[in-house]
Design a protein around this ligand. Structure first.
Ligand SMILES: CCCCCc1ccc(-c2ccc(S(=O)(=O)CCO)cc2)cc1CCc1ccccn1
Length: 240
């Protein structure tokens, strides 16, 4: 297929992000601190600052019963569902439909006092990857979101401070086949979700405010998003 202008960047970043997501917390080196835990969901962050700005990398691992990796990535990638689960979203526009697996978004997020309001422009790419660890296991699905430029929407022109982010959602489906060879139902599947994000908040915001925002908003986001996917899929056939 004809490659589009972003393809080289996307292909390189997807491969890099997937490799990093597959590394466990242990072999990511030290420095990861567990900052939120709720049942199967564990959230880690590393405290990092660039030019005095908090850019704490975040890594969340969650295991959810009854949904597949394809379903999780489908509801995360597709713009038509985003207002249903993205709590801090004020406005979202699809700037470009590059292909059926690659979109460019402009999002403004609700202002969080005392910081100024933020917006973000990013490409978003969904991809199925062969499960090279377990050949006949279900495929791995991923969505990578990465900030990009938009000449029509230059940074820091209006009221919003432009943030820069790289996000990788990586989903591994697990099937626990029923003993008696019965057809697979939602009770026989679970999904291991790894969500990694690095956000540069753009203009300065107090470290204490940023860390409080992330500590509150990330666990809320992942719980609300996974609950949304469970609810949207419960009476639908499994998507592998
Ligand atoms: C003073 C606050 C400055 C930062 C605010 C901020 C920064 C980044 C983001 C954000 C986080 C995840 C994505 S995504 O994973 O691509 C999904 C598509 O929307 C895109 C944007 C949001 C928010 C606003 C606060 C906040 C922090 C976490 C989680 C949710 N909301």
């Amino acid at each position: 297929a004809l490659q589009h202008r972003l393809w080289p960047d996307i292909d390189r970043l997807v491969k890099q992000q997937v490799a990093m997501s597959r590394m466990g917390i242990g072999d990511c080196g030290t420095g990861w601190q567990l900052f939120a835990e709720d049942g199967e969901m564990k959230m880690y962050r590393r405290e990092e600052e660039i030019d005095g700005m908090v850019v704490d990398p975040l890594k969340a691992v969650h295991i959810v019963k009854g949904i597949t990796g394809h379903e999780v990535c489908h509801y995360f990638f597709n713009p038509k569902y985003r207002y249903d689960w993205e709590t801090t979203l004020e406005h979202m526009t699809v700037l470009e439909n590059i292909s059926d697996d690659t979109l460019v978004f402009l999002q403004t997020h609700k202002r969080i006092w005392p910081a100024s309001q933020r917006d973000v422009v990013f490409w978003s790419h969904i991809r199925k990857l062969p499960n090279d660890q377990d050949r006949d296991g279900p495929d791995i699905w991923t969505v990578v979101n990465n900030s990009t430029e938009s000449p029509e929407h230059p940074a820091n022109v209006g009221k919003c401070v432009r943030i820069y982010l790289t996000v990788c959602l990586l989903c591994q489906t697990r099937v626990h086949p029923p003993k008696d060879g019965a057809p697979i139902t939602r009770d026989d599947v679970s999904c291991k979700i790894t969500y990694c994000s690095v956000v540069n908040p753009g203009g300065w915001a107090p470290a204490s405010v940023l860390r409080a925002v992330y500590k509150r908003e990330y666990p809320k986001f992942l719980k609300r998003f996974t609950a949304y996917v469970i609810n949207q899929t419960k009476n639908k056939p499994l998507m592998f």
